[in-house]
Design a protein around this ligand. Structure first.
Ligand code: UDP
Ligand code: MG
Length: 311
């Protein structure tokens, strides 16, 4: 029977969640009339996730497919692999920890069935249940990135999304190594409907995101989706040279007309430090881009699939 919905589920150390997740999906899907398939990507879990997934496959090999990575390649890589394995009219990305209720998937698909002008439904958090520090950080990030990028980033929208198949084809056609999904989903275009939802508590285990990894992720977003920071070099260069010229004029004027005597030492040290700092900053920005060109240039695969169960 042709599959209607494929669920792509990245799993990293989710041994206590995958079974409950599977049961919940089954309950929800059997209530709807849609045919479905679940593609679990074991992203190099170090606990018993893979063993549990194999059990699920043994239990329900018609609806379960398991892809296991040779090591942890990150959620973005797992999503890409899952999307490549997925088929059917609708493809959903959903976490394994039950923070995103499988019931919503049916609502998303119903919406797309009834609204042919939309190609994607993205769930977004209306009320963020997060620490203040995190909320402020995210707010600043979205303000900034939307100002300087020409693709739109919607605050609170997660990668809990359902796509029509053609949009998935567009997404997997982007070969970039550094995959910032939120940017990619928006870059490929198509029409997205934002559906509000409530994030649930994690069923078991802890989030893999630390504040540090979130900052790195945000930087990734900037560097992958804008070359604006490279332009900072030009702007800083213009500002400092103009300031230097003004400063020189002031000195000449004072020397000629005010008969001031200068001890040049402090000014020189100050200027050297200032210019040195600016140069290092700009070099650092360039380094970030060059590093990415370097890694992409090696043309390594984004992930390695060690085992696949199911078709
Ligand atoms: N995940 C993954 N690889 C990783 C980190 C996370 O596949 O390197 C999966 C994880 O198993 C979960 C989903 O990505 O299904 C979301 O992770 P998490 O719950 O830690 O993120 P949060 O919900 O806190 O944003
Ligand atoms: Mg989670």
């Amino acid at each position: 029977m042709a599959v209607k919905i494929s669920l792509v589920v990245p799993c990293f150390n989710e041994e206590d969640n995958v079974e409950r997740f599977f049961d919940e999906v089954q309950t929800v899907m059997q209530k709807s009339s849609y045919t479905y398939k679940i593609i679990f990507i074991d992203d190099g879990s170090r606990d018993k996730t893979l063993a549990h997934l194999k059990e699920l496959y043994a239990r329900a090999n018609t609806v379960v497919k398991v892809v296991s990575f040779s090591r942890n390649f990150g959620k973005e890589a797992a999503i890409l692999s899952g999307l490549k394995h997925a088929d059917g009219d609708y493809i959903t990305i959903i976490d394994a920890d039950l923070q995103q209720s499988p019931g919503i998937v049916v609502d998303m698909v119903n919406f797309l069935e009834n609204n042919s002008e939309y190609d994607c439904v993205a769930a977004y958090q209306k009320h963020r249940r997060e620490a203040r520090r995190l909320r402020i950080f995210k707010k600043v990030f979205y303000k900034l990135i939307n100002k300087i990028c020409n693709v739109e980033f919607v605050s609170g929208a997660s990668d809990f999304r359902t796509f029509r198949y053609p949009m998935v084809e567009a997404i997997i056609s982007l070969p970039e190594y550094f995959r910032f999904s939120k940017g990619i989903f928006s870059w490929v275009g198509y029409k997205t409907y934002y559906m509000p939802y409530e994030v649930q508590k994690r069923n078991s285990g802890t989030s893999k995101w630390s504040f540090k990894s979130l900052v790195a992720y945000a930087l990734e977003g900037f560097i992958s989706f804008t070359v604006f920071p490279l332009k900072i070099a030009t702007v800083l260069g213009c500002i400092t040279s103009s300031l230097a010229i003004v400063y020189l004029f002031v000195i000449i004027y004072q020397k000629l007309f005010c008969a001031a005597s200068f001890s040049g030492y402090p000014t020189i040290v100050g200027l050297i430090l200032l210019l040195g700092g600016i140069q290092l900053f700009v070099l650092g920005i360039m380094g970030e881009y060059i590093a990415r060109i370097y890694v992409q240039g090696k043309n390594r695969p984004i992930y390695i699939e060690k085992e696949i169960f199911g078709e």
